[in-house]
Design a protein around this ligand. Structure first.
Ligand code: GLU
Length: 552
């Protein structure tokens, strides 16, 4: 009996051949240099920031080259599948402006001519190609039980030999087809393995688009290609899918780098051209003196939901990730403050080869920049959307009077150097609470921040004296001149040198008086422009707060 008989026994139900599929999915007609890339998650959990990072790199490269970015769902490990994960992936990607040109669009829907894009629906395709390998004697059924495989591994370990199913340890690799057919017909369970043509003494030279030139020994292990449930392993499915879907560049996490020898070999035995590969460094975190992988369990910021809950605008997260992809993004951003991030061209060869370091402080800085460039109305809309979900008290307060809230957000904004005070929407409340009596009146005396040099008594004294001359009808300069005059009259000085030289001669500086006014109105020492705050609150409200402050 021949390999063909064996192939026909194993794949008796397969009707379409590998040739048929190659015809069904013709070469894509795209412009020179266009990249066809994919995001290929397994639906085994909810989206991790590393997933956004990978998807962003793929999406940018496709978009920059007028190529194709598609979503393939790698669900061949059905035991690990988590309900709702596909929907979550799609929703998350959409929310980060990562739009797919092709692929899965919902639990049971997809677009594009190279599908199905869900591996669980491609069973017959994998079998058609596995059949060709069996016919050529390049793949074979393996009947070894888990116990037998364990025994082999133990023997290898005891003898200090690399464990694995290869060479003479691959017991089923040379079974005569007639014996294999008999065992199959007897109903013995089996899996399919590749008969590896590799020799570990041979080196493969490879150019990774991020890691650069690398070399590794050929794979000599007879890896599983089809499991006992009839579904392919990731390795086998990856090679067939990326070949048939016309992927030009496989850009994926570096945890797959060690599987590259297998993948290169599979493309070879299947007769496909090997795509370009780029292995993305893992996102790391500084933990004390050492770096470690961002952990799903320990680090809240590893989950995509964290950014939403904290209220980081999507653009902030994207721009932060662009910084990690290419450190040149930061300079580009400074030079092009108003351009959309999509105008920045990412390049893989400028990417750091080792671990990308995740830094929340840096994310905050990037985000402050992003938010500072928004118009007040945009801040209002974004903050309202966020607060409706995460802080309904604020949502109610700012919806009551949209113009009032927009005026607050407009302080020190839409000017050449806008104020960078919000890094995320959850920062906003503490920065604007004093505009709302409902929040301001909840504060107690302990919450009041004062200029360092003032006691509460001195501050009360200042407010008492200042209250009668409060006038908001003039310009900011006039207002300040009046305050200064009053301050000097009270024994404060505008002359820093004189004050330094002879502090005993003065009660303090004019800035202390302005500071007391600020504290009485806002309970904080660090706020945006005080005069702008006063204009928004209006004289009546300020007098009310002054009185309350004095009588506190
Ligand atoms: N399904 C694999 C994963 O989720 C994809 C790897 C790849 O992009 O090839 O890690």
């Amino acid at each position: 009996m021949s390999y063909t008989d064996l192939a026909n026994t194993i794949f008796k139900d397969i009707t379409l051949s590998a040739e048929d599929y190659l015809k069904k999915y013709p070469k894509r007609q795209l412009k020179e240099g266009a990249k066809v890339v994919r995001y290929a998650p397994s639906p085994t959990g909810f989206q991790h920031i590393g997933g956004i990072f990978t998807a962003l790199i793929n999406e940018r490269l496709a978009s920059q080259s007028d190529g194709i970015f598609y979503l393939r769902i790698e669900d061949t490990d059905q035991k690990r599948e988590v309900a709702g994960a596909i929907e979550d992936t799609i929703k998350t990607m959409e929310s980060f402006n990562l739009h797919f040109n092709e692929g899965v669009t919902g639990e049971n829907t997809e677009i594009g001519n190279y599908g199905p894009y869900k591996q669980s629906e491609r069973g017959n395709i994998y079998k058609a190609f596995a059949k060709v390998l069996v016919e050529k004697g390049l793949a074979y059924p393996c009947f070894c039980s888990a116990e037998e495989l364990n025994a082999t591994r133990e023997e290898q370990t005891a003898n200090k030999i690399t464990p694995g199913y290869y060479g003479s340890y691959a017991k089923c690799r040379d079974l005569d087809p007639s014996v294999a057919i008999k065992r199959i017909n007897n109903g013995e369970p089996y899996i399919l393995r590749l008969k590896s043509p590799g020799n570990i003494n041979n080196k493969v030279e490879f150019h990774d688009l991020i890691k650069g030139d690398i070399s590794f020994p050929e794979n000599n292990v007879d890896i599983v290609i089809i499991k006992s449930d009839g579904l392919p392993t990731y390795h086998f499915a990856h090679a067939i899918d990326d070949a048939l879907m016309g992927t030009t560049d496989v850009i994926r996490g570096e945890e797959w780098l060690s599987s590259l020898p297998i993948h290169v070999q599979l493309f070879d035995v299947l007769g496909f051209d090997t795509p370009n590969y780029a292995h993305i460094p893992t996102i790391m975190k500084q933990d004390g003196g050492s770096k470690r992988k961002l952990s799903k369990r320990k680090d809240a910021e590893s989950a995509v939901s964290y950014y939403r809950e904290e209220g980081y605008p999507v653009t902030s997260v994207i721009e932060y990730l662009l910084n990690i992809i290419n450190s040149t993004f930061e300079t580009w951003r400074e030079e092009n403050p108003t351009l959309d991030y999509r105008e920045f061209e990412i390049s893989l060869d400028k990417m750091s080869k080792s671990g990308a370091l995740f830094d929340i402080v840096k994310l905050n800085d990037v985000s402050k920049n992003v938010i500072s460039k928004m118009k007040a109305s945009e801040v209002y809309d974004n903050y309202l959307a966020w607060s409706k979900e995460y802080d309904t008290e604020m949502a109610d307060l700012i919806s009551k009077d949209k113009d009032f809230a927009t005026a607050i957000f407009n302080i020190d904004r839409e000017v050449p150097k806008p104020r960078k005070d919000f890094g995320k929407w959850s920062d906003v409340k503490e920065k604007i609470f004093y505009f709302f009596d409902e929040l301001f009146n909840k504060e107690t005396i302990e919450n009041i921040e004062l200029p360092k040099s003032l006691t509460i008594e001195a501050a009360k004294e200042i407010i008492k004296e200042y209250m009668p001359i409060l006038d908001l009808n003039g310009t900011q300069e006039e207002w300040f001149a009046a305050l200064k005059e009053k301050a000097i009259e009270m024994g404060y000085t505008a002359d820093r040198k004189a004050f330094k030289k002879n502090p005993e001669a003065f009660k303090g500086m004019v800035s202390d008086v302005a500071g007391a006014v600020r504290s009485a109105i806002t309970h904080r020492t660090n706020t945006p422009d005080l005069y702008a705050i006063m204009q928004i609150l209006g004289k009546d409200k300020i007098i009310e707060r002054f009185e309350k402050f004095i009588n506190n």
